[in-house]
Design a protein around this ligand. Sequence first.
Ligand code: ADP
Ligand code: MG
Length: 226
Amino acid sequence: MFVTVFGQKGGVAKTCTSVHIAASWSLKQKRVVLVDADRNRSATAYGARGLLPCPVVPIEAAAKATRSAEIVVTDGQASSNDDEIKNLVEGADFILLPTTTQSRSIELTVEMSQMLRKYKVPYAALLVKVDARKGASADQASELLQQFDIKVLKARIPLLSAFEHAETEGVTVDQAIDNRGRANPRRMTGWSAYEDACQEIEDLYNEHSDASQIVSPIVSPIEWAA
Ligand SMILES: Nc1ncnc2c1ncn2[C@@H]1O[C@H](COP(=O)(O)OP(=O)(O)O)[C@@H](O)[C@H]1O
Ligand SMILES: [Mg+2]
C-alpha cells in the first residue's frame, strides 16, 4: 500500500503525520519505509538520529529501498502544480490530507480535493493540531469538509507540545519527554490517535480495493528483516 501525505504548505503537520503513521504500522510488524519527497528533507532530519522504527529514505533512493516494503508512506512536497499532483496521485493508493481547524487550512483542503477528485485514488482529510479545549471547532471543521464531500477520518490528532518535544528528540510522540526530562503525561493520546488513523486508512483502502476488485497487497505480518 502506498500512502502519500500531502497538501498545503509548511506547518500543517505533514511530516509529523508521515512519521507517526509510518512508525505506527512499523510497530505492528509491517515492513514500512518512509519516503521523504519534500525538498526540505524534514522527514530525513526527523529520522537522522536513527531512533524511528522504520527507515527514512530520500525519494531519489526510494526505488531500491522500498522493494520489499508492504507499506510505503511518502511525506509529499506541498504543490499545486498539475503535473506534480498527477504523478503523485498516480503513485499512491491512498492520499491523506492533514488539515487544521483553521478556515484557511480547510479552504486549501477543499481546493486540493477538487483537484484530486478527477482521479480514482481514495483520499481523506485528517484533522490535526486539534485543541482539546475547542472541541466544537473540530466538529465544525469536520462538518464543513463533509459538506464538500470530503471524507474526514474519525481520528483527530490533538494539539500537544509532546509532538514538538518528540521531533526535537527524533523520536515518536509516545517516547516524548518534557522540558524537565520526564515522560510527557499526554503523549499517549497523540500516539493512539495516529494508531486509530492508521486503522481507518487500512479499512478505507480495503473497502476501495474490494470495490474495484483489486487484490489487497497488505499481506500478513512478517518481521521486518533488518
Ligand atoms: N499535533 C501536534 N501538536 C503540536 N505540534 C505539532 C503537532 N503536529 C505537528 N506539530 C508541530 O508543528 C510543526 C510543523 O509540523 P510539520 O510536520 O513539520 O509540518 P509540515 O511538514 O506540514 O510542514 C512542527 O514543529 C511539529 O513538531
Ligand atoms: Mg514537512
